[in-house]
Design a protein. Structure first.
Length: 132
């Protein structure tokens, strides 16, 4: 039986345009909000056309010692140049970037996943240390 987690792909984001890149501090103060930025295609640009684009990015936080992660944000991108005049004829495009702020009292791992309409699901993670 195939499992959902087996459908996610990962790689080095410096050479693969589909991997979500997580930008967040390595260490934060307990209970203080901090920014998390997730992009796709930081080093190698990902297309943003009607035929080939990033559909969404989801961001999760899994505190150390807890069973389940928390979804802390999701961004959906729905303008990729399509219009009634045809594919790639609009002047309206969304960019595959999510910016959010959150706080926690526990160290853990930030997970990000993204979905490309042609190449499927991609993931990445980053450890976070919380100073008490």
């Amino acid at each position: 039986m195939e499992r959902f987690n087996q459908l996610f792909q990962g790689a080095d984001w410096k050479t693969e345009k589909h991997v979500p890149v997580i930008e967040a501090p390595e260490e934060v103060n307990a209970g203080e909000f901090f920014p998390v930025r997730v992009t796709v295609g930081r080093e190698v640009a990902h297309p943003n056309t009607t035929a080939h684009h990033i559909v969404w990015i989801s961001v999760y936080f899994h505190p150390d010692g807890e069973k389940f992660p928390y979804e802390i944000g999701k961004a959906e991108f729905s303008a990729h140049g399509a219009s009634v005049a045809g594919p790639d004829t609009s002047t309206v495009y969304t960019n595959h970037e999510a910016l959010l702020n959150f706080k926690t009292d526990k160290s853990g791992t930030i997970f990000a996943s993204g979905y490309c309409n042609i190449h499927g699901l991609w993931e990445n993670s980053k450890k976070l240390k919380v100073k008490k």
